[in-house]
Design a protein around this ligand. Structure first.
Ligand code: PMP
Length: 280
């Protein structure tokens, strides 16, 4: 089932216009929500970020935020997906190709749910990564449809036989292709500040809350590739990867090359948070 503007339709009932500005320019924004036990995890935070992304690119939603909430709930019900993701995108709409905003243009909203298990192997064993220059624009805080640098970076990881990329600007680590990166040093968690150079992850914020409950200090300070390689532990946070240990970067082991105790503790607490919010 697809939520297409206001209607919930079968997949084969949805026809996308060749003049959609999403195709021409990537002129739109998106969100990915996680579904556990048939319920959305952190729905308000995702909706807030969607509204912010839309505002930042001067895109108005096709309908109110309250109605969006109801339509997403309807979509989840109609899909029957219990464990998975909900993908949602809004483009500026359809018009003959010209860069400037069209005078008349109705935004196009599209969303659907996909069944997907939690990534057990990565969460348990940890993942490997290589460092790659961050060639994205200077508004990475906007969840824009323009993902070509992320696509190329992720493919580079695959080509080099690792799971993920660590993006850096002149040696300063920003984040990964679709997740935020945190390191543990002297028992404190360190991660890039939520400015224009990273996506302000929802999972990142959940982890901050869990860290606070555990009395683990969190420093929102940039760190270098050298500091990453010398860290006691490293892990990524994201809607689909939750809290996943990073055990190797550029062929060098992080810590002892196994998921560390702080990472494990946060993973444990994260599962409790999922249960608290969704009853899973
Ligand atoms: N950074 C980037 C570039 C991402 O695409 C994502 C995934 N949305 C994240 C970080 C993690 O954000 P979240 O925890 O909200 O999924």
């Amino acid at each position: 089932m697809i939520l297409y503007n206001d209607a919930i339709l079968e997949r084969n009932e949805v026809a996308v216009s060749p003049e959609d500005r999403g195709y021409y320019f990537g002129d739109g924004v998106y969100e990915v929500f996680r579904l556990y036990n048939g319920r959305l995890f952190e729905p308000e935070a995702h909706k807030e970020r969607l509204l912010r992304s839309a505002r930042e690119i001067r895109l108005s939603l096709p309908y109110s935020a309250d109605k969006l909430t109801r339509r997403l709930d309807d979509l989840v019900q109609a899909s029957g997906v219990t464990e998975g993701t909900l993908y949602l995108q809004i483009t500026r709409g359809c018009a003959p190709r010209a860069h400037g905003f069209p005078a008349e243009c109705t935004p196009v909203l599209m969303a659907y749910c996909t069944e997907a298990a939690r990534p057990a192997a990565g969460m348990e064993r940890g993942i490997t990564a290589v460092t790659v220059p961050d060639i994205r624009w200077l508004r990475c805080d906007i969840k824009s449809l323009n993902l070509l640098p992320n696509v190329l970076a992720k493919q580079e990881a695959a080509d080099r036989g690792v799971n993920e990329v660590v993006l850096h600007r002149n040696g300063t680590v920003t984040e990964c292709s679709a997740s935020n990166l945190m390191i543990v040093r002297d028992g404190a968690i360190r991660t890039h500040p939520a400015n224009n150079l990273i996506l302000h992850g929802i999972t990142r914020k959940v982890v901050f809350r869990l860290a606070q409950e555990l009395a683990l200090p969190v420093e929102e300070e940039p760190f270098s590739i050298e500091e990453l390689l010398a860290a006691e532990e490293a892990f990524v946070t994201g809607t689909t990867v939750e809290v996943t240990p990073v055990i190797e970067v550029d062929g060098r082991r992080i810590g002892n090359g196994r998921p560390g105790p702080v990472t494990r503790l946060l993973q444990e607490r994260f599962v409790q948070e999922i249960a608290r919010q969704t009853g899973r």
